[in-house]
Design a protein around this ligand. Structure first.
Ligand SMILES: NC(=O)c1ccc[n+]([C@@H]2O[C@H](COP(=O)([O-])OP(=O)(O)OC[C@H]3O[C@@H](n4cnc5c(N)ncnc54)[C@H](OP(=O)(O)O)[C@@H]3O)[C@@H](O)[C@H]2O)c1
Length: 123
């Protein structure tokens, strides 16, 4: 395997100084995957984003990016990660071990809001 690989300038971005190389490498998979699917879903302000698997490698970025784009975010994750997902800015967090998101999501959000769903975990 070569030590260096050619790459077009347009594919490069500076690493923030407060981020380690390990953290920057991890952003590539989760962050780029989340951004790709949010753009594909044409995420817009006022939409609702259901991030199913919001504490995972893809989900933590999907939750933060969806908020950045102005969506109202509902994150679904396990009990141990509810506080983590709240700290990412999710408006609502559903513990998948205690609640069925299909019930909670329907009963606590306005039907007039546009829907957008980003599933980061295979269902
Ligand atoms: N990583 C890869 O290279 C890769 C490549 C292609 C496809 N994928 C697929 O993309 C999806 C996300 O990948 P990832 O790497 O972000 O996964 P991950 O880091 O393992 O995260 C999985 C997420 O699913 C949540 N979860 C677990 N059981 C659940 C349940 N019963 N109901 C709802 N949520 C549940 C986990 O929550 P808790 O941990 O809080 O329980 C966590 O937020 C997966 O389906 C994976 O197979 C991954």
């Amino acid at each position: 395997m070569p030590n260096t690989l050619p790459c077009p300038k347009s594919g490069l971005a500076p690493k923030p100084k407060n981020m380690t190389f390990e953290e920057a490498a991890a952003v590539f998979f989760g962050g780029v995957s989340a951004l790709y699917f949010l753009r594909k879903a044409r995420i817009r302000p006022g939409q609702r984003a259901l991030i199913y698997g919001a504490s995972g490698r893809v989900g933590v970025f999907a939750a933060q990016l969806a908020k950045h784009y102005g969506a109202r975010v509902t994150g679904v994750c396990g009990a141990a990660n509810v506080e983590l997902v709240k700290s990412l800015g999710a408006d609502q967090v559903i513990d998948c071990t205690r609640e069925d998101f299909r019930q909670t999501d329907r009963s606590t959000t306005s039907s007039s809001m546009r829907r957008a769903r980003v599933v980061t975990r295979g269902v």
